[in-house]
Design a protein around this ligand. Sequence first.
Ligand code: HEC
Ligand code: HEC
Length: 326
Amino acid sequence: MRLLLAAAALVLLAAAAPGWKWALPDGVAPPPVPAANGMSAAKVELGRRLFYDADLSSDGTLACSSCHEQRHAFADSVATRPGVNGEPGLRNAPGLANVAWLDRLTFANPHATSLEVHAPTPLTGENPVEMGMKGKEDEFARRLGADACYRRMFARAFPERDGRIDLTTVAAALAAFQRTITSWNSPYDRFRRGERGALSPLAQEGERLFRVRGCAACHSGPHLTDMDYHRLEEVRARDPGLIGQTGLSGDAGRFRTPSLRNAELTGPWWHDGTARSLEEAIGRHPDPVAAEDVPALVAFLHGLTDPHFVTDPRLARPVKACGRTL
Ligand code: HEC
Ligand code: HEC
């Protein structure tokens, strides 16, 4: 009884975590959150505004949302998008559904283990240059600090840092917002929750084939990725994959298994965006799939599309901040 009461008290404490309530279906536990960057409504609201703000790029032309569009499940629709000044992009932007649960971010960077660690990469990274803020980190304070509403939002989000505006707080707020980019309402999710009719018979056959044909060995778990790196094709000089970070010859040509959630909306596919259809992406794996299995597999992949997610107003470009229209 005492134990039960203690457990109940713990649950209450968790539920009463200040300022933030997860919107997740029953049975889905909240994602891990680093102790140094607790969730709060103020931080998420700030991170959302920043995610959609092109002032975060050197020439004011690119926001995170330029390459991560909600209607494409937070991917975009081009193979690779140039960064500021037209610097060519190297890789295809992945979708961000449930990115809070992934601890190996991007196609080939084992050091990007959290959203906080990753967020500075698009802002200040040089290979390739995306938002071009390397060496211009003071600009965050100058540009955002010029706006009284942003100053208020940073003060509310980071009271323990006196509302400081710098690369660290910008990255922390972006990470908090991205943790709310959750997708659990695809037909596949409903099917897993016991709604047998949620997937068509063809998609159910695809789900079976996905398991028996070995897809699920790598595209495993609720996010359909083992978060591990595999070499599926010959090594290409332009992008040799994981070896670029680790320097280990065995890592040449290895890329992280992408999540397949909302894959229907994130095309073109493959780390370089060169697969123009899901059929083509499936066909590029080294173990050939029988042609008659492909339609069912594709129907299953379509069953991973969450229509609620791509229209959820909480994730859309904010229309207001501090009570005023943006
Ligand atoms: C110019 C296009 C572009 C912009 C702008 C951009 N990204 Fe990305 N994003 C990409 C690409 C391309 C990748 C894959 C990079 C790789 O694998 O090396 C990526 C990967 C990611 C990932 C990893 C997703 C996963 O599944 O592992 C996250 C998270 C992310 N971006 C967040 C952001 C945030 C936050 C911003 C704004 C600060 C941003 N991105 C701006 C193109 C962009
Ligand atoms: C050995 C591990 C492994 C197996 C088995 C596997 N995949 Fe993949 N899959 C990957 C990796 C790694 C990538 C990324 C390749 C790249 O971009 O270079 C990928 C990419 C994909 C993509 C493109 C996703 C995107 O967003 O670009 C689809 C679709 C896909 N796989 C479906 C399948 C299906 C269906 C099967 C079973 C027939 C399967 N995979 C089996 C590891 C695997």
